[in-house]
Ligand binder design. Structure first.
Ligand code: LLP
Length: 428
C-alpha cells in the first residue's frame, strides 16, 4: 500500500497534487512519500517483532539523505557498499555503529575509513579481502568485526542481473569453501569473526529460495559453533520483492514467520538489509508528454523523462506502471509505446502498453520508482539529474536540487594544449 492516490481527480502524493509540484519544480522529478516510507519500514519491523532483529536499510536502493534521515528517525541502521554511502548515512544521522559495510571489492582505503568511523560490521566476501582487512586492522591496532558472506548456491528465481546466490555469481564465499575460510579467518590477527551473512538476490517473489538458503546458513552456524566459533550475528540480507505488475511477493509477515521458523532459536541477533521493499513503492517519477507521435503501426508517447532518469526498463526489462496524473475521465484506452528522448531504441519504458488517451503537455507518473530510480540516473545525452521532492502530509520539500548542464561543465576542464582555439601542431 502506498500514499499516491487520486484526490479530486488529481494524482497526489499524500495531500499534495503532483501537478502542483510539476509547476513548482519542473519535470521530470522524483517524488517520495514520507507516510509510505514510514508504513513500509514499520510493517517490516513489526513482521520481525519477537526476534532480536536489526534493520540495516540498503542505502543503494535510494540514497537521498532526506529519505535516509526519515528512516533514521524510525531507528533504521544502514547497509552500505562504499565510503560514499557511509558519508551519506552519517550526513543523514545514521550512526556508524548501526552500519554494515557490504560489497565484493572494498579497497584498503575504504576498510580504513570504515574502521576509523567505527562501523558495526564488515561483510567480507573473499579470502583475498580478509587478508587485506586483517592487515589494515592490525596496522591500526584494532580487530575488524567481520561477518563472512557465504554463497549458498540457491537460485533466487529473479532476473539474472540481480541474482547473487548462485555459484556462478561473484558474491560470497563458495559454499564448499566456507568452513575452511572461517577457519583461516580466525587465525588472522586483525579479524574478529562475529557472524555469517547471506544475500541471494533482489526482487524475490517466492519464499522457497529464501527458505533453502536460510536453512543452509542455519546448518552452517551450528557446524561453526561446534568448532568453537562465537557466532554473534546472522545477517540474512535483503531482497524481498514488491508488486510492480502482477507479481504477488510474500508479505513481510509471511517472510517474518519463515525467518522465525528457521532462525527463531538461533540465539543471537539477526540482521536484515531490506532496500526495495522499504522505498520502492514510496516513490514516483513524474514526467510530461512532449509529443504523441502517430506512426503507421503504432503510436509513441514521447516523454521528457528518459532511460538516464529511470534505467530499470532498459536494463532489466523491468515493468513500471505508468499512470495519468489527471485522473482519466473515461475508461478508453489504446496501446502506445512509452519512450524517452534519448537517442537509443533501448530508451523505451513500455511497448504496446494500454494507456488512457493523452495529449502533449499531459503529466504521467511512473509508479514504484522509489528504489533504484534516482540512484541509478546519469547525465547521458547532456541531460540534468532531476530534482527529488519529499512530501509529508501537506508539506513538500526539495530534497535534491536539479544537477544541470552548467554543473557538468563546471567539473570539466580543457587541457592547456587546447587552450587557444586553433589546433597546435604536434611537436617532437
Ligand atoms: N544487501 C545486499 C548485499 C545487496 O546486494 C542488496 C541489493 C540488498 C541488500 C538490497 O536488496 P533489496 O532489498 O533492495 O532487493 N538495481 C537493481 C537491484 C540491484 C540490487 C543490488 N543489491 C534493480 O533495479 O532491480
Amino acid at each position: 500500500m502506498d500514499h499516491f492516490t487520486y484526490i479530486d481527480g488529481q494524482l497526489s502524493a499524500e495531500d499534495v497534487p503532483l501537478k502542483a509540484l510539476a509547476e513548482a519544480y519542473g519535470t521530470p522529478f522524483y517524488c517520495y512519500s514520507t507516510a509510505t516510507l514510514v508504513r513500509h519500514y514499520t510493517v517490516f519491523a513489526d513482521a520481525l517483532a519477537g526476534l532480536d532483529a536489526h534493520i540495516h536499510y540498503a542505502v543503494k536502493a535510494n540514497a537521498n539523505i532526506a529519505v535516509l534521515s526519515t528512516l533514521a528517525s524510525l531507528g533504521a541502521g544502514a547497509d552500505i557498499v562504499s565510503l560514499g554511502e557511509l558519508k551519506l548515512t552519517l550526513a543523514a544521522g545514521i550512526p556508524a555503529s548501526k552500519t554494515v559495510f557490504s560489497g565484493v571489492g572494498k579497497t584498503a582505503d575504504e576498510m580504513r575509513g570504515a574502521l576509523e568511523a567505527g562501523v558495526h560490521q564488515l561483510n567480507v566476501e573473499s579470502l583475498e579481502e580478509l587478508a587485506v582487512l586483517s592487515e589494515v586492522a592490525s596496522g591500526m591496532g584494532v580487530m575488524a568485526p567481520v561477518a563472512i558472506r557465504v554463497n549458498p548456491d540457491v537460485d533466487a528465481k529473479t532476473h539474472k542481473k540481480i541474482t547473487t546466490g548462485l555459484s556462478e555469481n561473484k558474491f560470497g564465499i563458495a559454499w564448499a569453501q566456507a568452513e575452511d575460510v572461517f577457519n583461516q579467518a580466525r587465525n588472522m590477527a586483525g579479524i574478529d569473526v562475529v557472524g555469517v551473512a547471506v544475500h541471494i538476490g533482489s526482487q524475490l517473489t517466492d519464499l522457497v529460495p529464501y527458505r533453502a538458503a536460510y536453512t543452509k546458513v542455519r546448518d552452517l552456524v551450528e557446524r561453526l559453533r561446534a568448532q568453537g566459533f562465537d557466532i554473534r550475528v546472522v545477517d540474512l540480507g535483503g531482497g524481498l520483492g514488491i508488486p510492480y505488475e502482477a507479481e504477488n511477493p510474500p508479505s513481510p509477515a509471511e517472510y517474518g514467520a519463515m525467518v522465525k521458523e528457521i532462525m527463531g532459536d538461533i540465539g543471537c541477533p539477526l540482521a536484515f538489509e531490506p532496500g526495495r521493499m522499504i522505498v520502492g513503492n514510496a516513490g514516483v517519477l513524474v514526467s510530461r508528454v512532449v509529443y504523441v507521435k502517430k506512426g503507421i503501426d503504432r503510436t509513441f508517447l514521447i516523454l521528457d523523462a528518459a532511460m538516464n532518469d529511470l534505467i530499470r526498463p532498459a536494463m532489466y526489462d523491468a515493468y513500471h506502471a505508468v499512470v495519468a496524473v489527471d485522473e482519466p475521465a473515461s475508461d478508453a484506452r489504446a496501446p502506445v509505446d512509452i519512450v524517452g528522448p534519448v537517442c537509443e531504441s533501448g530508451d523505451t519504458f513500455a511497448r504496446q502498453r494500454d494507456m488512457p488517451v493523452l495529449q502533449a503537455g499531459d503529466l504521467v507518473a511512473f509508479r514504484s520508482a522509489g528504489a533504484y530510480g534516482a540512484v541509478m540516473s546519469s547525465t547521458y545525452n547532456g541531460r540534468d539529474l532531476v530534482p527529488e521532492i519529499l512530501v509529508n502530509g501537506a508539506a513538500h520539500a526539495l530534497v535534491a536540487e536539479r544537477y544541470t548542464i552548467d554543473d557538468m561543465i563546471k567539473r570539466q576542464r580543457i587541457p592547456d594544449w587546447l587552450d587557444n582555439a586553433t589546433p597546435k601542431e604536434a611537436t617532437g
